[in-house]
Design a protein around this ligand. Structure first.
Ligand SMILES: Cc1ncc(COP(=O)(O)O)c(C=O)c1O
Length: 298
């Protein structure tokens, strides 16, 4: 199976790079703030890139064979992206979710035909991951486990996609990258590409300011296990952002820029504006707009 296994897969990526002008009117002269509009990917988030890469790699390597289902534990954007790519390729997708995941998420997964296996709510997302691992261990002929936290295909999809596109779209003038950290695939992949081409590029990792946050998709790195693919050298700075700041900026992005994005994207842009305010003329700051805000409407 190749990258052009289905035309839908060809429209993943090549997202626009948009100027953000109205949300930060008082930037120093000559400082440009741009948003990489990953929320415009076909399933509505940057996870389309690693989902395509992980699934095509599983098929090409023979880890997935006809008759098997793809399996992972995620209630978030990765699940929606797996479900979409699986549907396009005719591969069944099963996702382990803690009971109590928001109905909108479950409905979106079911709408793409994915199967949802509920795990006990009190065991949380770790419980869902443990259940997916158990199934794959006990019935290996039945399940192909996708591991976005540990697979190199994740960060490579962002190196060759997100990072390379930012380089081309700014014609190499990018000076700063700001991205959230969940699995860290986006930040690690794009950082490796950009720093490889221009070592002076400065990269800011955005994380929630506390463990019990409301910024879906982002990890509070000080209190949780770091993803296997995380590389601290990929980030020059870490910006901690409060949930309320992320939500406020997401509202402003929708109302002042016409960009309906989620609260975690709001947090990334909040950090990017804070950074841009202190930069010199000629600075070009790129913030990654991770997902669409439609999935957070009640
Ligand atoms: C909603 C959402 N999911 C995930 C991520 C992070 O992606 P990754 O898993 O590549 O670190 C972000 C980053 O801003 C995000 O906003």
């Amino acid at each position: 199976m190749s990258a052009s296994a289905h035309p839908l897969l060809d429209i993943i990526g090549n997202t626009p790079l948009l100027p953000l002008r109205r949300i930060a009117p008082a930037l120093p002269p000559g400082v440009l703030l741009l948003g990489k509009a990953e929320h415009l990917n076909p399933s509505g988030s940057l996870k389309d890139r690693p989902a395509r890469a992980l699934i095509l790699e599983a098929a090409a390597s023979g880890r997935w064979r006809p008759g098997m289902a793809l399996l992972d534990a995620t209630s978030g954007n990765a699940g929606i992206a797996y479900a979409m790519v699986g549907a396009a390729l005719g591969i069944p997708v099963t996702l382990c979710l803690p009971a109590g995941a928001t109905p909108a998420r479950r409905q979106m997964l079911s709408a793409f035909g994915a199967r949802v296996l509920e795990t006990p709510a009190e065991a949380g997302s770790e419980g869902a991951r443990a259940e997916a691992a158990r199934l794959a261990r006990e019935e290996p002929w039945r399940w192909c486990l996708l591991d976005q936290y540990g697979a190199d295909a994740n960060w490579k999809a962002h190196r060759d996609g997100t990072g390379a596109e930012i380089w081309d779209q700014t014609r190499g003038t990018v000076t700063h990258l700001v991205a959230g950290v969940g699995t860290s695939g986006t930040l690690v992949g794009a950082s490796r590409l950009l720093k490889g081409r221009k070592p002076s590029v400065r990269v800011t990792a955005v994380i929630p300011d506390r463990p019990d946050h409301g910024l879906p998709g982002l990890r509070h790195l000080p209190s949780v296990r770091a993803p296997a693919i995380w590389d601290p050298r990929a980030a020059d700075a870490v910006a901690e952002v409060a949930t309320v700041a992320g939500r406020t900026m997401a509202t402003r992005l929708a109302q002042a820029e016409g960009l309906l994005v989620g609260p975690s994207t709001g947090a990334v842009v909040h950090a990017a504006v804070r950074l841009a305010r202190g930069l010199h003329p000629g600075s070009v700051v790129v913030a990654v707009l991770a997902d669409s805000g439609d999935r957070y409407l009640a």
